[in-house]
Write a protein of this length. Structure first.
Length: 547
């Protein structure tokens, strides 16, 4: 269920700069994640853009969620299920869910076809030597072997025998091409470790590479427009060559920039290490750039979609600041976020003079500008105010009690532990113990400089825990050398908890609700409050700063 304040409908506008050629004939897109980890914000750009083109820019299109499950050494059903959940968290409903493994038999036939056409060959050159030869633009000794020998070796590969695992199949494109991705790339291989596939078991022993399987399945499934990040630019020629070689239709390739953020870890390996070491609570930790992490932090689908669409046409890879995306999110949640009050503890107990009524409550709007309903605001002669505010008051000063009116500060009682500041000999007051205030409701609230929050102590206050977070990295961008020692750049403390009491309306808050505590900011409910345990609320960045 989307958080309150989040609009489930897809309302992103059409963007002229993102028009697709031949779209009038229909649009079919695909998002092909590998089930080897959880989706992060970089993946979400690809997913949301594919969804955007198929369902918003060109209504009536088709969007396919396809699992690229060709690597048995990395993939797990756990990740497959997690990706489905992550896609749902992005508000995406695929028109079709498919698996590359559904097409293994057909891909196998196309591998045979490309070998028979003399456009691929079997090679047993060891991996490191093959890499060296490709860099040196040297041909394999097997490049001109006979079609019969190549087919025989391919059949041996499919048995998974010791002999078969020595070989791989390479496309016969150009061993000396300026584009390294065209230097006879591998298109079929046997995994070093023969593990059962999580969907097909032990049926197959040799598997296509992503570079071979993706264009083949794109064409088979009727994809019209293949969205790829600019990091695949060099491989686009390989994509087109493969389809031409096996005589399949070629989709239009639309490129967009990969997204990166400052002070953020995107590597699955590094994120896994933090999870395993207990540095974070899990893959949904709000400090993580995973889809479930940023959603748990309070990112809305609409805010995320607006940001990704605004970045879509860009081809430049830059390290983005988080401010922009959180600022867009704020525009979304502000309209639906109710306003409540929380006071940090320990608070200052204050007495209100001039109130001749017993404790009473009044109905007030949950939002000054939008019709979100009403809340109960309690008034009484005993209220709580924050220590931080009370330390700034002077006797005789007029202040404004928000949602009530003005009051005159009287009789400030501070702790006796006054000390001399050694640097300047200045008297420093200790904590404020109590304050009296005379109501001055006819006062002009526009004339006061201090407008403070407060809570009547004569209501059923809610104990709450407020949590804020910092970046995991303490440096915006790591150099190549620093990447090798990335753990040395982890921020020592990234989670900050404080205790408070909130107004009685918070008892009605549910998990995932988003709202605003006056003067504190926007929060998402992570754990709803009960009589046994305090509610836990995560602060949502406003866009002004990350924490």
């Amino acid at each position: 269920m989307p958080p309150k304040g989040e609009k489930g409908a897809k309302k992103a506008p059409k963007v002229k700069q993102m028009e697709l050629p031949n779209a009038e004939a229909g649009v079919v897109t695909r998002f092909p994640p590998e089930p080897s980890g959880y989706l992060h914000i970089g993946h979400s750009k690809a997913a949301l853009l594919n969804d955007y083109f198929a369902h918003i820019q060109y209504p009536g299109g088709k969007m396919i969620l396809r699992f690229d499950d060709t690597n048995t050494e990395k993939e797990k059903e756990e990740y497959q299920d997690a990706i489905m959940e992550d896609v749902a968290l992005l508000g995406i409903k695929p028109d079709m869910i498919s698996y590359t493994s559904n097409y293994f038999d057909e891909i196998d036939k196309y591998c045979v076809k490309i070998i028979q056409a003399g456009k691929a060959f079997a090679d047993d050159t060891p991996g490191e030597e093959m890499s060296r030869m490709r860099m040196a633009r040297e041909p394999s000794v097997h490049r001109d072997d006979s079609i019969e020998d190549n087919l025989k070796r391919y059949e041996e590969m499919k048995t998974g025998s010791d002999e078969g695992r020595r070989w791989c199949i390479r496309a016969k494109i150009s061993y000396a091409n300026d584009n390294a991705s065209l230097r006879d790339p591998v298109i079929y291989r046997c995994p070093k470790e023969q593990k059962p596939h999580h969907r097909t078991g032990d049926k197959y022993k040799a598997y296509p590479t992503y570079q071979f399987a993706c264009p083949v399945v794109d064409s088979i499934e009727g994809v019209t427009h293949a969205l790829r990040t600019t990091e695949y630019n060099d491989q686009d020629a390989q994509y087109k060559w493969i389809l031409k070689a096996i005589e399949l239709r070629t989709p239009y390739i639309w490129t967009f920039s990969k997204i990166q953020f400052v002070r953020t870890l995107m590597s699955k390996r590094k994120l896994t290490k933090l999870v395993d070491a207990g540095v974070v609570s899990g893959w949904d930790d709000p400090r993580f750039p995973t889809v479930r992490g940023i959603r748990r932090r309070g990112m809305t689908v609409e805010g995320l979609r607006d940001f990704m669409v605004s970045q879509g046409p860009s081809k430049n890879i830059v390290n983005m600041d988080w401010h922009t995306i959180w600022a867009m999110n704020k525009k979304v949640i502000d309209q639906g976020a109710a306003r409540y009050t929380a006071i940090d503890t320990p608070y200052v107990k204050c007495k209100i003079n001039g109130l001749d009524k017993a404790p009473y409550s009044e109905k007030q709007k949950l939002h000054a500008k939008f019709d979100l309903g009403e809340k109960d605001v309690w008034y009484s002669e005993t209220i709580a105010m924050e220590q931080e505010d009370c330390r700034t008051f002077t006797e005789g000063e007029e202040i404004t009690l928000m949602n009530w009116g003005n009051a005159i500060v009287k009789n400030i009682v501070s702790a006796k532990a006054n000390t001399d500041d050694l640097a300047g000999g200045v008297k420093v007051l200790g904590d404020v113990e109590s304050i009296e205030l005379d109501l001055h409701l006819e006062g002009d609230f526009k004339a006061t400089k201090k407008k403070v929050t407060w809570l009547s102590l004569d209501q059923d206050l809610v104990p709450v825990e407020l949590v804020d977070f910092d970046y995991l990295l303490n440096k915006e961008k790591l150099t190549e050398e620093e990447e090798k020692e990335w753990e040395n750049f982890l921020t020592p403390k990234t989670e900050f908890k404080s205790s408070a009491v909130a107004d009685c309306n918070i008892w009605n808050i549910k998990k995932d609700d988003i709202f605003q505590y006056d003067r504190k900011g926007y929060y998402r409910c992570d754990v709803a409050p009960t009589k046994e345990k305090p509610g836990v609320f995560f602060k949502i960045p406003s866009g002004k700063k990350f924490i």
